[in-house]
Design a protein around this ligand. Structure first.
Ligand code: GLN
Length: 302
């Protein structure tokens, strides 16, 4: 496995730093683009790593999987009345579909969908962000995970697009709580800082039929874990989900912090990270690393 990681590293080296670091808020624009790391966690508990796998970064949209998991735990099937499970084919922060679909977002991984999921968690927890952080600390086995308050505040300052989506959904009756409260929880979730190792471990339950071998608990049922993986496969990579399925063939979820998590069902959870992004907002070297991995060992689910 270590040889595989070294080969991948050599393969993608020329791409590290290619593209653009997320710059929609100043706090993310200052990240060094020339970082790269991979961590792979097996269902047997083995950990493999290379590069900057221990450096924490802003998990951003990867947090949408954690909030979805918390919502599924509580609402079960009922939650699919408020958010769909179809790919959107549009940028993650698009508003247009909301109008056509009467305030029901297409899936939980575009921003509108993640905001509805955050709204559902807001109705249930007194401090939804702390509930989520506690959950992630437990499933990653890292009690020291922290929220980057500078990133969270900066997101809030530049919140208008996300606020517009939330207000539109409220107008359609698909939003229960005050918009600002939900935005604050959502941005704090996005601003969690985790390393590739933390994330590879935290996603173990999705590779392991819903059971987390780190906290030793059944997080969601086997069928629900399958559904989350299916959503990641169809909608986890923004509007690059099709070519990611084509080239890599694994359920994956990316964030504009440059992280990508991928699941090899029944075997491994993987996290790759490199902050420079391609045009749709996925890590350039990260996508290339997962492609290289698939080419060499054929871990595709298809
Ligand atoms: N915090 C970002 C936003 O809401 C998350 C973006 C992302 O990673 N796609 O716009």
């Amino acid at each position: 496995m270590q040889t595989l990681l070294r080969t991948i590293y050599e393969d993608v080296k020329p791409l590290i730093g290619q593209g653009k670091v997320a710059d929609y808020i100043p706090a993310l624009a200052n990240v060094d683009p020339n970082q790269f790391g991979i961590a792979i966690y097996s269902n047997q508990g083995e950990l493999f790593q290379i590069g900057d796998a221990e450096t924490p970064f802003s998990i951003q949209s990867i947090s949408k999987v954690f909030s979805l998991t918390l919502a599924i735990k509580h609402y079960g099937e009922g939650m699919w009345q408020r958010v769909g499970c179809e790919p959107s084919g549009l940028p993650f922060n698009s508003l247009v579909q909301l109008e056509y679909e009467h305030g029901i977002p297409r899936n939980p991984f575009i921003n509108a969908g993640a905001l509805v999921v955050s709204d559902m968690n807001q109705s249930r927890f007194a401090s939804p962000h702390y509930a989520m952080r506690e959950f992630v600390r437990r499933v990653s086995g890292n009690p020291e995970l922290m929220t980057d308050q500078v990133v969270a505040n900066s997101e809030y300052e530049f919140r208008h697009r996300n606020a517009a989506m939330a207000h539109l959904m409220k107008a359609y009756g698909n939003f229960e709580n005050p918009v600002d409260d939900v935005l604050k929880s959502y941005f704090s979730n996005c601003a969690l800082r985790m390393s590739c190792i933390d994330l590879a471990k935290a996603f173990n339950f999705l590779a392991n039929k819903g059971y987390c071998s780190i906290s030793h608990e059944q997080i969601i049922s086997e069928q629900e874990a399958r559904q989350v993986n299916a959503l990641m496969a169809t909608s986890g990579m923004y509007d690059e989900a099709g070519s990611f399925a084509f080239q890599v063939g694994l359920p994956g979820k990316s964030g504009v912090g440059g992280g990508i998590v991928a699941i090899v069902p029944n075997r491994f959870s993987i996290c790759v990270w490199s902050p420079a992004l391609n045009k749709v907002g996925n890590s350039t070297a990260g996508v290339a690393a997962l492609e290289s991995m698939t080419k060499q060992i054929g871990w595709s689910v298809y």
